[in-house]
Design a protein. Structure first.
Lengths: 362, 417
């Protein structure tokens, strides 16, 4: 990419509201031009605070934020030229859709013709042409959200911030809006900083995801890496489903280590954060990486008792009691080969040590 | 339902509409019974007194009833020349009856209102009438006093014939019906009511304006501050509500008088000389200050209740879209508060226009309002019909303002909380 890799830069940013607790701790984050980056985390993890600092509604307690290499801490929000989509849309209820979209252009003293043209373009982008004279109250939630997106983009900002924009929509609408926003991003190439606590949303939309917890970025990487290769047990736990085993490293090597579990059995795992024998660890394994009754050769093979079977249509979820973990989940694809999945049966479960990641203890 | 569409029946064969009405009747009766006490209360304490006031303000039946025969005989008299004999005879008979019932004093008071000089000639007539002979009353009466031979006085009597009169309303606007029946203004030096009406409007307007200017920032603070501070501020706003109106006004008297706290303070900081203390009470200033303070909560509360519902993210959105704080306030925040402004202004203006105690206590001569005049006529002159007339004029004024407001802003946009 030839784009500016440090288009937005958080440099050692701290934020505290009360002088006692740091909401954001030593945040360093580079966002490339044209990137779709998502800040993902549980509520209270500091992600919205970061967004508000970028928008200019909060000031960093320490550190500096750069936009295109210019420090922006002392620039008021209205001069930053950053578009923002709010969780509750924040459309001006007393203005029509047209006036809402024209607002950012009017304050910039754009000519009437130009305004008409740009509003038209923005509305067609969110497929709401013909809604110019409606009041926001006459629109459905999804339509309001699209107007809000169009309004944030109509003045061609360099960066658009989205603060859980789909949180108030129902599931189906949310999914179609995810694609719509993604397509808009792809077609106009604007830099998007997106905040959400919904991991599915983050995984489908983003170029990169920054997982926030406790005021810190836990991992910053592409969606697939985040899912396949979580760097610590928080990320592993937070993104997707996860089976965990608590234990202690007994036979450490760089490629593979042996972990002695709390119930005495030993498994092979892929050492990620553990460094030496005796380290406490949590081994994380994705449900779809464990196979039953497989003929493939794998280095972890154990027997487990089926505790619960839940039918999901395309797959069946099986809860096992395995190696002392009563919450071990398996996803069995819906195919004729797996017929002996019955409550109480003992089955063989296997997985590769490479997929079992030995992370920091919980 | 058009005649062509088939009537829908319930499973029992009753038309659906009938069935529905029957089912809802019970609820309707229940609802009405719940409302009934309030309705009755309103009827007795509000609609009935106002209706009574309306009647009283135009009622002129007293004279009509005292001289029934006279007015009947006057029906054919055009009023240009002296009335014919029948009128004199009828008047004599009516008058004699009143003398017997000892009601002639009332008549003379009433007629004297219409034209000065009736009192003495009626007195004289009563004395002389004892010795009247039957027949030819015209000459006998005209002989009593030369004014009885003056057609002006007979016209004055005729003017009192209608059972209803607008004279009280005209008087309220410093006007009257002259002898020719035309409506004219009284002489300039006797116009007192117009000044009062104008002053009432002026004071109500400026008090509303002052209240608005002061209440807007307070309400904004109340709506945006964190809970613990806004609660405290709210108590400060409401505190005056918990104090008696009289006490509050009295405390303003203590503050504003010439040897009062405010003046002392001005002298202390050298703003005014000790021997040149400004008069801040018993004039308009006192009325303005005290009324603004007292009516302030009525502006703050509607504004607050509207501002509370405006999401702070709207201001943020405005700023993020490039609006300066002022533009964002003016284009986004302010228009959204208009329902509250309307409600507050209407409330304060209507309260101010009929304000009584405060101007009476701190207003002095130049700071009293029309309601003080109404009270004066109710308590001192006992001219209740005049007081009623002015009260109704005030009410009509308020309704007119309400109407104008509805045309300008729309009453649906009002928000009291």
């Amino acid at each position: 990419m030839l784009n500016n890799q440090q288009f937005v830069r958080f440099d050692k940013v701290d934020k505290s509201y009360d002088g006692k607790v740091l909401v954001v701790k030593d945040l360093n984050l580079d966002i490339a031009e044209g990137e779709f980056i998502t800040m993902l985390g549980p509520s209270g993890s500091g992600k919205t605070t970061c967004l508000m600092m970028l928008a200019g509604f909060e000031t960093p307690t320490n550190g500096e934020i750069y936009l295109d290499s210019n420090p922006i801490s002392n620039i008021p929000p209205h001069k930053r030229g950053i578009g923002m989509v709010f969780q509750n849309y924040a459309l001006f209820p007393h203005m029509t859709v047209y006036e809402n979209l024209a607002f950012p252009l009017r304050v910039r003293k754009v000519s009437k013709d130009e305004i008409d043209k740009k509003v038209d373009k923005a509305l067609s982008m969110v497929s709401l042409t013909g809604f110019e004279n409606r009041m926001p109250g006459q629109l459905s939630g999804g339509q309001q959200q699209r107007v809000a997106v169009a309004r944030a983009l109509v003045f061609d900002p360099a960066v658009v911030l989205m603060d859980e924009p789909l949180g108030a929509l129902d599931k189906n609408l949310r999914e179609s809006m995810q694609y719509e926003i993604k397509h808009i991003h792809e077609s106009i190439g604007v830099t998007v900083v997106y905040v959400t606590h919904d991991q599915g949303e983050a995984l489908t939309m983003s170029n990169r995801i920054a997982v926030f917890n406790d005021g810190k970025v836990q991992q910053l990487s592409s969606p697939d890496k985040l899912y396949e290769e979580p760097v610590n047990s928080f990320v592993a736990e937070f993104i997707g489903e996860n089976n965990t085993f608590g234990g202690q490293v007994t036979n450490f090597s760089k490629e593979k280590c042996k972990v002695k579990l709390d119930d005495g059995s030993e498994i092979f795992a892929n050492p990620i954060t553990v460094k030496s024998n005796g380290d406490k660890t949590t081994v994380s394994l994705r449900p779809e990486r464990a196979l039953i009754n497989t003929k493939e050769k794998m280095d972890n093979n154990f027997k487990g008792k089926i505790e619960e079977v839940i039918y999901h249509g395309d797959h069946t979820r099986v809860r096992l009691n395995l190696l002392g973990n009563k919450e071990f989940i398996l996803k069995v694809p819906n195919s004729s080969a797996n017929m002996d999945i019955k409550l109480g049966n003992q089955i063989n479960v296997s997985w590769n040590s490479h997929d079992a990641r030995a992370l920091d203890p919980k | 339902m058009s005649s062509e569409t088939r009537q829908i029946l319930t499973t029992d064969g009753i038309p659906l509409e009938v069935s529905l009405k029957k089912a809802e009747r019970k609820n309707k009766i229940k609802a009405f019974l719940l409302v009934a006490p309030l309705l009755l209360f309103l009827l007795i304490t509000y609609i009935f007194p106002i209706g009574d006031m309306l009647l009283r303000s135009v009622d002129d039946k007293m004279v009509t009833e005292m001289l029934p025969k006279t007015f009947k005989s006057m029906e054919d008299w055009d009023g240009n020349e002296m009335p014919p004999e029948e009128v004199f005879e009828a008047f004599y008979l009516d008058f004699q009856k009143l003398v017997e019932e000892k009601r002639d004093g009332k008549l003379s008071t009433q007629l004297n209102y219409t034209k000065n000089g009736f009192k003495s000639i009626l007195k004289k007539l009563r004395r002389k009438a004892k010795n009247f002979e039957e027949g030819n009353y015209k000459e006998q009466i005209m002989a009593v006093h030369k004014r009885w031979a003056d057609v002006e006085y007979w016209r004055a009597i005729k003017r009192r014939a209608p059972a209803f009169t607008s004279s009280k309303y005209l008087k309220g606007m410093d006007m009257y019906k002259n002898e020719e029946g035309k409506i004219v203004s009284v002489e300039e030096d006797r116009r007192i009511h117009r000044v009062l009406w104008l002053r009432t409007l002026e004071i109500a307007f400026f008090v509303t304006l002052l209240c608005f200017l002061m209440a807007y920032p307070i309400a904004h603070l109340l709506a945006t501050l964190p809970m613990k501070y806004s609660n405290l501020l709210m108590i400060c706003v409401l505190l005056p509500f918990w104090t008696s109106l009289l006490v509050r006004t009295a405390s303003w008297m203590i503050l504003l008088q010439q040897q009062g706290v405010v003046n002392d303070f001005f002298v202390m900081i050298g703003l005014v000389a000790d021997d040149n203390r400004p008069e801040m009470m018993y004039n308009k200033t006192g009325t303005y200050v005290a009324m603004t303070q007292i009516l302030l909560p009525f502006m703050v509360l509607p504004l607050y209740s509207v501002m509370k519902t405006i999401s702070p993210s709207l201001m943020r959105a405005g700023k993020s879209l490039g609006g300066t704080p002022f533009v964002t306030f003016w284009k986004v925040y302010f228009p959204l508060t208009i329902p509250g402004i309307g409600a507050g202004c209407l409330l304060v203006f209507i309260l101010a226009i009929g304000y009584y105690i405060t101007p009476a206590l701190v207003g002095g001569a130049s700071g009293t309002l029309i309601s003080n005049q109404i009270a004066f006529h109710m308590k001192s002159t006992l001219d209740w019909s005049f007081a009623s007339a002015m009260g109704l004029m005030l009410l009509a004024g308020v309704l007119a303002i309400y109407w104008i407001y509805n045309k300008l802003v729309g009453i649906d946009n009002i928000k009291l909380g």
